[in-house]
Design a binder for this molecule. Structure first.
Ligand SMILES: CC(C)(COP(=O)(O)OP(=O)(O)OC[C@H]1O[C@@H](n2cnc3c(N)ncnc32)[C@H](O)[C@@H]1OP(=O)(O)O)[C@@H](O)C(=O)NCCC(=O)NCCS
Length: 266
């Protein structure tokens, strides 16, 4: 099986749409799961939730197996103190870092060589009280920008942009929700192509200028934010791929450039 190359200066983002649960189809893939994962899988009651969880396991395992000669079932994971999954076994592939996200109808996995990466996806059409969430979790400047949006659709989109950027950044740092979210502020251009971060000293890693962010519209309703910081490189390209990598030789459809936002950011 030929492996994919992951250059130092590129983040690969795999996005797969998730459809209906088909238990017959799911069974072979469920065999890839570790005992812990299987127990969690069994705890989901709704077929839809089971399917979504399984999709994340299949995506992360097939994605990692696209870059290292390791069978999808052989990966074992551990988590840091805030819950960020990392590769535990096999050894020798510590260079391969990943992060995972899922939302209604979509799962995505970002991989990077060395470096830190975080990814977060949001279904823009999801019902929810954006205004009260924004009031609670956004920095004052973010909230003011959110309120300035000229119409409901733009407001919903800007809400999702700030939300996913914050989550992607927190996930890349692996610190979860251990910091006050309103102390991490993003400055976002009107066209959403440029996003930069301003963090209070109390939550800063002292490297704001080294972080890079991108927003991508994966489908009409799915917005994805990526946050990256390399150990040696400061400038990353993003390569977006659609679908699940095939474990028997890589076959995937390149999404082309579905990037109304973010091109040039990473
Ligand atoms: C867990 C969290 C890191 C992301 O959760 P989320 O956005 O609901 O869900 P996502 O699908 O995007 O991400 C979940 C995946 O991230 C990974 N993850 C979990 N903890 C993580 C951490 N501390 N750092 C990085 N990645 C983490 C896991 O792979 C997890 O999926 P899994 O448990 O199936 O393996 C955390 O930020 C959270 O609980 N958020 C709740 C929402 C919130 O209050 N957001 C306010 C932002 S403005």
């Amino acid at each position: 099986m030929s492996l994919l190359e992951l250059p130092f200066d590129t983040v690969h983002l795999w996005c797969a749409l998730t459809g209906e649960h088909d238990s017959a189809m799911a069974e072979p893939f469920a065999l890839w799961m570790s005992e812990d994962e299987r127990a969690r899988y069994e705890r989901f009651r709704l077929p839809r939730d089971k399917h979504q969880y399984l999709a994340t396991r299949v995506l992360v395992r097939t994605t990692l197996s696209s870059y290292a000669a390791v069978p999808p079932a052989a990966w074992r994971f551990t988590a840091n103190q805030h819950g960020r999954p990392e590769i535990y076994e096999p050894s020798g592939v510590e260079w391969l870092r990943f992060n995972l996200t899922n939302t209604n109808g979509l799962v995505a996995c970002a991989v990077i060589r060395d470096g830190d990466v975080g990814v977060d996806a949001e279904d823009i059409t999801r019902a929810g009280d954006a205004a009260s969430l924004a009031r609670r979790f956004f920095a004052p400047k973010e909230f003011a920008d959110f309120q300035r949006a000229p119409d409901a659709a733009t407001q919903r989109e800007r809400f999702a942009a700030y939300w996913t950027l914050k989550e992607a950044y927190l996930k890349a740092r692996g610190i979860g929700l251990s910091v006050p979210l309103e102390q991490i502020a993003f400055v976002l251009s009107d066209d959403m192509r440029d996003a930069r971060i301003e963090a209070d000293l109390s939550v800063s890693d002292g490297a704001e200028s080294e972080w890079q962010f991108a927003l991508l519209k994966a489908t009409d309703r799915h917005l994805i934010a990526l946050a990256t910081k390399g150990t040696t490189r400061r400038s990353f390209g993003v390569h977006v791929r659609q679908g699940f990598p095939s474990p028997n030789g890589i076959s995937q459809t390149d999404l082309g450039v579905p990037r109304p936002f973010g091109s040039g950011v990473l």
